[in-house]
Design a protein around this ligand. Structure first.
Ligand code: QV4
Ligand code: CA
Length: 513
């Protein structure tokens, strides 16, 4: 095996960067957006490990600008000031404690690496930063890194504004400022080395990989260059020679010259078509219907499954930023959202990421949410509120905790149980009643039509009585929700009325009485 790894590594095919480095049979990651490190550490121990989550994507841990107008927007964390581990989520000691405690229970940490840029050109000068580091955006001066004017792309960008003005020009997309953010000169070895130094610091602490923010705005070769400088993962938790998992944020809905496939050499890419299309199908827009999901995955023009990071919504498009548009389903659309997440977690395509959000006071004016900037639940001093857990296991303090919703948590477990099993026994009614199995381990069925469903279908499962893990689960060898009887020939009867709380049923062999 070692020889094979060496050969693969030598051939530059070090496959490690496509592999999330999760412990076996943990197949999903969760984005605990804006959570504090101490809350994530606790969640790893009390919830994520016991329920089979593979890892956590955390918000950018490096020092960012402090913006007071609007008041502490969530997106200030996408405006770096330095690579010090120091934000509203916590300091370096708290970050280290989180990584250790999560790794010790087999839950990995993936860092959102914002390395294409620093703060906005209009960020001003002073110490309005989360660690008090001085900077001067006007002079491109970031002494806490250090970066100076030499380390930015100003001279390389040929648009009048210095910003990206058109996405059909691959040069300005990479070498000009995204929304006015000072664009780093990643063709310089010095800049590549500073980025790698930051990422290596995190790798040595014990993280398992990285989301590469705004990857579309960096040349694939420049990303490759700093990735090649990265250490192998910390052998306290990973076998020697393990590469960091890499997934790159490349928004490619088609129609632009820049494609996700350009970035495959570095790692996986975010497949934004996934959430946009699934939302359209479940909303039955544009004549879409669930029967068309029979060839879901590469059949819909998505990137290959082993290069895809998939999600129903993300922190941008759940609030109208980034890409996906109005079809994106979020926790605000709870009933359809659970169906979408359930479908995603049951289907074999891609590496799945579950979103975990906070509520904010949406305020639509002329179709736009004027409060899309509102940051995490916070105290009067601006500090982020703790995640409190209610007696019914939901979260308080306006943390939504979608990952704790029974239907979603149980489907994370479903995905683990069926891992490696083929997509099988597809059935549909030609409209919005569909079903499919995963080998002989699991089966799911949906009724998204506006009439009741009562059908007998082939599940592929061994005979027996199964607990539906959507309306309940198996507890003390009893079903707390619906039961499904699979007969000797693998067939079962499913009845789903349109007024069901959740119009879908899922069963698997670990939920069998
Ligand atoms: C504005 C004007 C600029 C002007 C500037 C002056 O747009 O023209 O020059 O003021 O300072 C915030 C503000 C934005 C402001 C910018 C710079 O919203 O109005 O520019 O700061 O001051 C997040 C938010 C952005 C936010 C940014 C930085 O979504 O609104 O900008 O953080 O704080 C594309 C990319 C994709 C990107 C997506 C949002 O291809 O990579 O847009 N997604 C990622 C992250 C996202 C983040 C960034 C990239 C930037 O997921 O959360 O943007 O790191 O599709
Ligand atoms: Ca760039």
């Amino acid at each position: 095996m070692q020889i094979l790894l060496l050969l693969l590594a030598a051939a530059g095919l070090c496959w490690g960067q496509y592999n999330p480095n999760t412990v076996p049979k943990r197949t999903s990651i969760v984005h605990l957006f804006e959570w504090r490190w101490q809350d994530i550490a606790e969640e790893c121990e009390r919830y994520l490990a016991p329920n089979g989550f593979g890892g956590v994507q955390v918000s950018p841990p490096n020092e960012n600008i402090v913006i007071t107008n609007p008041n502490r927007p969530w997106w200030e964390r996408y405006q770096p000031i330095s690579y010090k581990i120091c934000t509203r989520s916590g300091n370096e000691e708290q970050f280290k404690d989180m990584v250790k405690r999560c790794n010790n229970v087999g839950v990995r940490i993936y860092v959102d690496a914002v390395v294409n840029h620093m703060c906005g050109a209009a960020g001003g000068s002073g110490t309005h930063s989360t660690c008090g580091s001085h900077f001067n955006a006007g002079n491109r001066d970031f002494p806490a890194v250090p970066y100076s004017g030499w380390d930015f792309n100003d001279g390389k960008c040929h648009t009048g504004s210095g910003e990206i003005e058109r996405y059909d020009d691959i040069y300005q997309v990479r070498d000009c400022r995204l929304s006015g953010l000072l664009d780093l000169a990643l063709e310089k070895d010095y800049v590549r080395s500073k980025v790698a130094e930051y990422m290596n610091h995190l790798i040595d602490i014990g993280v398992a990989g990285f989301r590469i923010d705004a990857a579309k705005h960096m040349w694939p070769g420049d990303i490759r260059a700093f990735l090649d400088k990265l250490h192998d993962l910390n052998t306290q938790w990973f076998s020697a020679g393990t590469k960091p998992f890499i997934y790159q944020e490349v928004i490619d809905l088609g129609g632009e010259p820049i494609k996700g496939s350009e970035y495959f050499g570095n790692g996986r890419v975010t497949e934004f078509k996934y959430g946009a299309k699934l939302g359209t199908v479940l909303r039955k827009w544009n004549g879409e219907k669930m029967a068309y999901l029979k060839n879901w995955g590469e059949g819909w023009g998505f990137v290959p499954s082993d290069r895809a990071l998939v999600f129903v919504d993300n922190h941008d498009n759940q609030r109208g930023h980034g890409a996906g548009g109005s079809s994106i389903l979020t926790f605000w659309d709870a009933r359809l959202y659970k169906m979408a997440v359930g479908f995603m977690l049951a289907h074999p395509y891609g590496l799945t990421r579950v979103m975990s959000s906070y509520r904010w006071p949406r305020n639509f004016q002329n179709g736009k949410d004027v409060n899309d900037w509102v940051g995490p639940p916070s105290n009067s001093d601006g500090s982020t509120k703790a995640v409190t857990i209610n007696p019914d296991t939901t979260c308080g303090n306006d943390w939504v905790c979608e990952h704790r919703w029974r239907q979603i948590r149980n489907m994370v477990i479903f995905r683990n149980v069926v891992d490696g099993e083929p997509f099988s026994n597809w059935w549909d009614n030609g409209s919005n009643q569909v079903a499919f199995g995963r080998g002989n381990k699991g089966f799911i069925i949906f009724n998204n039509d506006n009439w009741n469903m009562n059908v007998n279908v082939q599940t592929g499962l061994p005979a027996g009585t199964y607990c539906d893990v959507i309306s309940g689960q198996k507890e003390n060898n009893k079903c707390t929700g619906k039961q499904v009887f699979v007969s000797g020939d693998g067939k079962a009867n499913f009845q789903i009325n349109t007024d069901a709380e959740d119009p879908f049923i899922a069963i698997h062999v670990d939920a069998k009485l």
